[in-house]
Design a protein around this ligand. Sequence first.
Ligand SMILES: *[C@@H]1O[C@H](CO)[C@@H](O)[C@H](O)[C@H]1NC(C)=O
Ligand SMILES: *[C@@H]1O[C@H](CO)[C@@H](O)[C@H](O)[C@H]1NC(C)=O
Ligand SMILES: *[C@@H]1O[C@H](CO)[C@@H](O)[C@H](O)[C@H]1NC(C)=O
Ligand SMILES: *[C@@H]1O[C@H](CO)[C@@H](O)[C@H](O)[C@H]1NC(C)=O
Ligand SMILES: *[C@@H]1O[C@H](CO)[C@@H](O)[C@H](O)[C@H]1NC(C)=O
Ligand SMILES: *[C@@H]1O[C@H](CO)[C@@H](O)[C@H](O)[C@H]1NC(C)=O
Ligand SMILES: *[C@@H]1O[C@H](CO)[C@@H](O)[C@H](O)[C@H]1NC(C)=O
Length: 435
Amino acid sequence: MKAQFMLAAMATAIVSAQYLNQTDPFALQLESSDADVDGTYLYACHAGAAIEGLCVGSTDTPSADNNSATFYHNYSTAWSMDDSPVGYLTWNLPFTGANGGVETASSPMVLTYNPVSNVAIPEMMPQSYGIATLFDSEGTLGIVSSSDDSSNNSTDRPVQEAEVLYSWYACYSFVGGYYYHALAWVTAGEPHNPSCVAVDVVRSFVQRINAVVRNVDLNRNIEVHQTQTLLEALQNRHPPVHAHVTEFWSSADNLKRETFVGIQHQTAGGTFPTLRLSTSVPKWHLATNPDVNPLKSMQVPAAFVLLMTPKYYAAAISKGLYDPANPRKFQKTINETDKLDKIVKDRIFRAEACHNNALESVGLYAAAVVAGNTAGIPMSTMNNLSVGYVASRTAYMVVYVWLQDNRRFAPLRGLFWGVGIALIWTMFIKAGLRV
Ligand SMILES: *[C@@H]1O[C@H](CO)[C@@H](O)[C@H](O)[C@H]1NC(C)=O
Ligand SMILES: *[C@@H]1O[C@H](CO)[C@@H](O)[C@H](O)[C@H]1NC(C)=O
Ligand SMILES: *[C@@H]1O[C@H](CO)[C@@H](O)[C@H](O)[C@H]1NC(C)=O
Ligand SMILES: *[C@@H]1O[C@H](CO)[C@@H](O)[C@H](O)[C@H]1NC(C)=O
Ligand SMILES: *[C@@H]1O[C@H](CO)[C@@H](O)[C@H](O)[C@H]1NC(C)=O
Ligand SMILES: *[C@@H]1O[C@H](CO)[C@@H](O)[C@H](O)[C@H]1NC(C)=O
Ligand SMILES: *[C@@H]1O[C@H](CO)[C@@H](O)[C@H](O)[C@H]1NC(C)=O
């Protein structure tokens, strides 16, 4: 009895509770044995003034900026069933605010009933309450019912027990004043509307974009990481970019390598809503892959060119003793010849040794670059580390091959070798910290 009373109290509470915790945005996709609706996405369709239905769209993954296909789940920690929080399915209705900018109004889903039918129509409108819903561990949308009136006996009222129901259908129906192919809910029994086919409604989160945004005008790079909103990234710039942006999201399979984004700057007296994906305002350049920097993609090739330099140099100063057909015999030939003086011979030997040392180092370096790029180390950090590595290896080579004609320079070589290794390990450690 006590448990039943508590459930009843919770069911009442949902009417007055505030559901202000909100999930990340997601798209809603239908699963059905009916081929016409299986795999389609739902989108908010106009059903009246500030009222939207949930219409059956196409099977194409909605693009990140498609507001009508972007939904949220508002919940509170106060009520959950099987670890799934209960709350409202919400959609953000855009409207023009007082200052002329676009604002949004959170619109929870409710069910509207048709007196002649058991087919109820979900509608979303700006208000503070909706129907209790949850997404179960499979991401499937259910409605929470707190009592089932199908049973009654002479001793007791219907059992009051919270229960998750999945009675979704896709039907051709009036939604407000419009006739649509839309999501519907069948209260009990077989659908009264013969066009209805059973569906499941499954959510798929859109991803926070991991992007590099480059202001083409100012040529300033802004890196946005998974832990950061674009707005934070802009504000963390030095000097900060004063832009008022709504968060930018993208669905995974919809990421394009390069997309133009328009961001309007905040101006005195007015704010703008504003991250808009747009090809018409190519002011900001966005690429999902930080590899866009040409310097970065040249890092490894540059190291290989550097690696071969002492080898070619040794061959060049050997007065034709280098035999491309038998490179391994080169050392022995040099050792035995009397055509070269000792300084040149030693230099050739050091050039060979320098080349061998570079061979050992470059593999580790290439792996570090891959690790760093994969982990999403900021482009400028990677460039700096790489430039540092190539510079330290260049210095190492100069000391080893030329300066070491004089033995006193030997410690300097060790120093530059250490710098190169330290930079490689910096890449690995930074990559490790980000994963
Ligand atoms: C949903 O949560 C957001 C974020 O807290 C809030 O702004 C919005 O008003 C909530 N919507 C409803 C219907 O409670
Ligand atoms: C929900 O919101 C409350 C108040 O803002 C916060 O204390 C709580 O940690 C949030 N819970 C979750 C699961 O986000
Ligand atoms: C938004 O997504 C829905 C569902 O996939 C689709 O029907 C609609 O055409 C899209 N709208 C825009 C503007 O792309
Ligand atoms: C009537 O309902 C109560 C509550 O569910 C149940 O305990 C009882 O067994 C039922 N009686 C009969 C005769 O079905
Ligand atoms: C339904 O339950 C109520 C309360 O226990 C009881 O008074 C009534 O007779 C029941 N009706 C039927 C048809 O069983
Ligand atoms: C170079 O020649 C010397 C003597 O001619 C010999 O002792 C030495 O082992 C040779 N070194 C190489 C690398 O062939
Ligand atoms: C990379 O080097 C440039 C030029 O010295 C500097 O402005 C920038 O802050 C460095 N970036 C990082 C992440 O250290």
